[in-house]
Design a protein. Structure first.
Length: 397
């Protein structure tokens, strides 16, 4: 099968054409500067083609993607009929979606209804969906939600301790994000551990970071909340913060709540703690190694908060069998992984320094006598989207 995976942002659109069974990617690329001018970067294996193509809307971006996929020189298929289905990443499924779904009018209405919860991303995701429907009306489309994996959380994990009316009237609760990644690494961890009844904590540590607590393959808790701002400190996001900080800053500096939230989302996290050095962990490590105290604090705080969440989730699960590191930092940061795990020996976490010296590869990094198995599992959200899409389309046949 050929599944086209689409991740549409407000001014960009990423795509991959892949086989959901083998995970082999025939071609992938990126449309940028949609609504501005338009640029397509298309990759087939090691070969890269860059084309400036006018993209006044997402429709032209999708049209450009389909055109290059069937191009006699740069393409990988003869006709768009060879695309069996399209899988779309959609940020917020609210309370309406606990799984991926085949896109029909009802599904689109439900995604629209979730716009207040995902005001930046859901409209862009919908533009990607509508653009595909317009140019390939007979190809099945599937929506895969970033929130869906977390919908198995019990109320004690997802409810906020605020008046019930905000939950009942406005659906305000913890949702969690990166769900497609948490689902993918959970499946891999279960396969690697050889059994489903494991107590598992997943650490998705990238530019955005979130953890999930999983029992028997089902999410029990996660660190992000109504929005991706909550949880551990991230590249530019503050993570958990006392709401009174917002009140204080708004009152003192005459900022609006929206302006303050922009500061918490875009100018905070390790970028802020490092006094503006960088949101990139490679730069922070270089700074820390050169004796920059702010970079050292940024890394120390990040690892401390991740470690605290792991401890909290081990308590929530009543034990821990497996700890997984994934995403940019989780897959490529041996020092960060070692710092996070330091002090977790009491839980039965013991890294093997040699094994931990690994980047971007699936690997067991715990010592043989570690009670908890610690794995690096490179995430593959596109493959998860392609597999969900193929499963739903095949089941509907
Ligand atoms: P996103 O959340 O944007 O998908 P990624 O999962 O790609 O982010 O993670 C990006 C982050 O991964 C970068 O900001 C960088 O800090 C980190 N990273 C990537 N490679 C390395 C590396 N070799 N060592 C340490 N950190 C790395």
């Amino acid at each position: 099968m050929n599944i086209l995976v689409i991740n549409a942002g407000s001014s960009s659109l990423k795509y991959q054409l892949m086989d959901p069974e083998t995970g082999v990617v025939a071609a992938k690329g990126l449309c940028e500067r949609i609504y501005i001018d338009g640029r397509l970067t298309h990759k087939v294996g090691d070969r890269k083609v860059v084309k400036d193509i006018p993209m006044p809307s997402h429709s032209e971006a999708i049209a450009a993607v389909l055109e290059i996929l069937v191009d006699p020189v740069d393409g990988v298929i003869k006709s768009t009929d060879e695309i069996d289905a399209v899988g779309h990443r959609v940020l917020h499924g609210g309370m309406k979606f606990s799984d991926s779904c085949i896109i029909d009018d009802k599904c689109i209405e439900a995604i629209e209804a979730c716009i207040p919860l995902g005001p930046l991303h859901n409209p862009a995701n919908l533009m990607g969906i509508r653009a595909c429907q317009a140019v390939m009306p007979n190809t099945p489309q599937v929506a895969v939600f970033d929130t869906a994996f977390h919908m198995t959380m019990p109320p004690k994990a997802y409810r906020y301790a605020i008046p019930t009316e905000y939950f009942e009237n406005d659906d305000i609760r913890r949702y969690g994000f990166h769900g497609t990644s948490h689902k993918y690494v959970t499946r891999r961890a279960i396969a690697l551990m050889g059994r489903e009844d494991i107590k598992l904590v997943n650490c998705h540590l990238g530019n955005g970071s979130s953890l999930s607590a999983v029992a028997n393959g089902k999410c029990q808790d996660t660190s992000m909340g109504l929005s991706p701002l909550a949880g551990v400190p991230m590249g530019t996001r503050s993570g958990d913060i006392d709401a009174c900080v917002v009140q204080f800053i708004c009152n003192k500096y005459g900022m609006s709540v929206d302006e303050c939230l922009t500061m918490l989302n875009k100018k905070s996290g390790v970028l802020a703690l490092s006094n503006g050095v960088s949101s990139d962990f490679r730069d922070l490590e270089a700074g820390a190694n050169n004796g920059d105290a702010a970079c050292q604090l940024a890394l120390e705080k990040f690892c401390y908060e991740v470690r605290k969440y792991i401890g909290a989730y081990a308590a929530a699960l009543g034990g821990l069998d497996c700890l997984v590191f994934t995403a940019g930092v989780g897959e490529n940061g041996p020092t960060t992984r070692a710092d996070i795990c330091q002090g977790l020996e009491f839980l039965g976490v013991k890294l093997d320094p040699q094994r931990n010296n690994v980047r971007g590869k699936e690997a067991l990094i715990s010592a043989d006598d570690s009670k908890v198995k610690v794995w690096v599992i490179p995430t593959n959200e596109e493959l998860m989207i392609a597999q969900d899409t193929a499963d739903l389309v095949n089941a509907a046949k």
